[in-house]
Design a protein around this ligand. Structure first.
Ligand code: PEP
Ligand code: MG
Length: 592
């Protein structure tokens, strides 16, 4: 007899909007223990190396097959598989393992784990949350090779005719991408935050996801029916008929709205009372340009360049920078491109594992601090951007500026670099715009002075909230305190916008808050000039802007600025958005 199923409602972090209903499929990735075997005979060592190489080849074939099933337009999924293929093909990865087998006379599994440990040590030192998480790519590749070494059957298949919701402690990027191929409808995981892999991939391929559910793996049995509401962060296990019906209705509605948003995504973001907002995309790879255009971005408001530096022995050359940025700048569909100089610390070059661990990497030698110390590397990137700037409307954006001295120093370096290019007769954009990210509280307080130094500001709320509210943005235990609608955050933003406007410069925003539909009217009221966000968020945010009036947004802002508690702000905005934009304001910071 079937056991009586109780309804369980869990609340996590909705990281990718939408609603899905389906049967739970649990994925268990707990690593098996790896035993060390000593190989005494040199012939055995050579045989072990051959076994390792064969597993690499099998893993590569498997990845090629997954890749062939993915459409290039499907978010960053194909890219992740490409990255995995690159890791597999990287000689640093394979040769290191072979060296360990040979030098230590050990089995391939053990050697592979040693290689992974080396990578872990390197990635641990990275302060950028996103980059730090990329160790998961290496782990996923290692896991894949392990599977082939052990001759274990391929990864669990799902029945494509069934609506499947994947429940896991956590998911690797490859899991996520493969599951998409297998028609998975949603993800729900015990751990993770907004910058976790699951979140990023789910958003990029448009699958609802809720993370940080703590122990959903302990609550769910295989084939339990579950509802994942990636919008509110709710997961309902074994819902009753009435709940199912309600969610089915919501889901249908959501799909219709999504299509409608997308259809109109290319219309300009102009309010009913003719106030225009620039809407751009945040990208990391030039391969993301088609998606950015597809979702209605007019420009690239934040081109993160960190990826260009990792997983390599040497920093990129000037020619590499130039060629890379030129692709974005030259693309006719992209009306402007803001290229951010790299936001990394000195411990980021994977070839250099000797640099010391920093106690507080988020506040350590990173971004502009590192650039001002390692000028040669910085100058090479500036030269690349300045040269690419010839081909279109380009801005250079400097991260983590904390005061006037830093930006003056940057400007001196810029002048020197321009002088060098001039005397070498190398064409470059003399009038390239220089801007800074406002993401350190001291920069907010100094915004008046900083505005005299640069052409634009872009507010990086991911870091600004972290530093202003003293909340580690990657620590799930304090995630509940990470509130874009905190009155302090709103005041900080207002201070920056007002200072920028007084000085006659534009103020944009490129943190996650910019793409949160819950905050759109508030940001409009704050008179932010541009919003840059993950491409998938663009159609909805644009739609809200087009339906709104600047005057109503200003009124809403005036009302909420009177509150001194986050919950009051959220309640007021929620009530307003539900009344005024019931269909649009889905997901995000205060929608729960
Ligand atoms: C930010 O801090 O808001 C931002 C956009 O930069 P990153 O997320 O790359 O730190
Ligand atoms: Mg930042």
């Amino acid at each position: 007899m079937q056991k009586q199923k109780h309804t369980i409602v869990l609340k996590g972090i909705g990281v990718s909007p939408g609603i899905a209903t389906g049967k739970a499929r649990l994925i268990d990735h707990r690593p098996a223990t790896i035993a060390r075997r000593d190989l005494s005979d040199p012939a055995l060592v050579e045989q072990e190396i051959r076994r390792f190489i064969q597993s690499l080849e099998e893993a590569r074939r498997e990845l090629d097959e997954i890749r062939s099933k993915l459409d290039d337009t499907e978010g960053i999924g194909p890219l992740i598989i490409d990255v995995h293929s690159m890791i597999l093909g990287d000689t640093g990865f394979s040769q290191k393992t072979i060296d360990i087998i040979r030098d230590q006379g050990v089995n391939a599994e053990w050697a592979l784990e040693s290689t992974l440990t080396r990578y872990r040590d390197i990635f641990k030192k990275m302060e950028d949350a996103y980059l730090k998480e990329r160790i998961r790519d290496v782990e996923a590749v290692v896991q894949r090779v392990h599977r082939h070494l052990s001759g274990v059957a391929p990864e669990p298949e799902t029945d494509v005719d069934e609506a499947i919701i994947i429940v896991a402690h956590d998911l690797s990027p490859a899991d996520t991408v493969q599951l998409k191929v297998k028609k998975v409808f949603a993800f729900a995981t015990d751990v993770g935050g907004r910058t976790s892999h699951t979140a990023i991939v789910a958003r990029s391929i448009g699958i609802p996801a809720v993370v940080g559910l703590q122990n959903i793996t302990g609550e769910v049995d295989k084939d339990d029916v579950i509802i994942v509401d990636g919008t509110s962060g709710m997961v309902i296990i074994n819902p009753n008929q009435e709940t199912l019906r309600r969610y089915e209705e919501k889901k249908r509605y959501y799909f219709v709205m999504e299509e409608d948003f997308l259809k109109n995504a290319h219309l300009p973001a102009v309010t009913r009372d003719n106030h225009s907002v620039g809407v751009g995309a945040n990208i990391e790879f030039i391969e993301e340009i088609p998606a950015a255009v597809y979702y209605g971005a007019n420009g690239v408001g934040l081109f993160r360049t960190e990826f260009f530096y990792v997983n390599r022995e040497q920093p990129p050359t000037e020619e590499e920078h130039y060629a890379h940025y030129r692709v974005v700048v030259e693309d006719e569909r992209i009306k402007w491109a803001t290229i951010r100089t790299f936001d990394l610390g000195g411990d980021k070059f994977v070839s250099d594992p000797h640099l010391a661990d920093e106690m507080n990497p988020a506040m350590g030698l990173r971004a502009i601090r590192y650039c001002l110390r390692e000028r040669d590397i910085f100058e090479v990137q500036l030269r690349g951007i300045l040269r690419a700037g010839v081909f279109g409307n380009t801005g250079i954006m400097i991260p983590m500026i904390s005061g006037v001295e830093e930006i003056r120093e940057v400007k001196n370096i810029m002048e020197k670099v321009k002088g060098d290019l001039r005397s070498e007769g190398v064409p470059f954009n003399e009038n390239i715009k220089l801007g800074i990210m406002i993401e350190v509280p001291s920069a907010v307080m100094m915004a008046d002075a900083l505005a005299q130094e640069v052409d634009f500001f872009s507010i990086g709320t991911n870091d600004l909230i972290q530093y202003a509210l003293a909340i580690d943005r990657v620590n799930e235990h304090v995630g509940y305190l990470y509130k874009p609608c905190h009155p302090a955050v709103l005041r900080l933003i207002k201070h920056v916008v007002d200072a920028g406007h007084r000085a006659g410069i534009k103020v944009a925003m490129c943190g996650e808050m910019a793409g949160d539909p819950f905050c759109t009217i508030l940001l409009l009221g704050l008179e932010i000039d541009g919003l840059s966000m993950t491409p998938l968020a663009i159609p909805r945010v644009k739609r809200i802007i087009r339906e709104a009036k600047l005057s109503e947004a200003k009124k809403l802002l005036r009302q909420v600025m009177k509150f001194d508690r986050t919950d009051e702000v959220e309640a007021h905005v929620r009530e307003y958005m539900n009344r005024r934009f019931a269909d649009y304001c889905i997901g995000g910071s205060g929608a729960a």
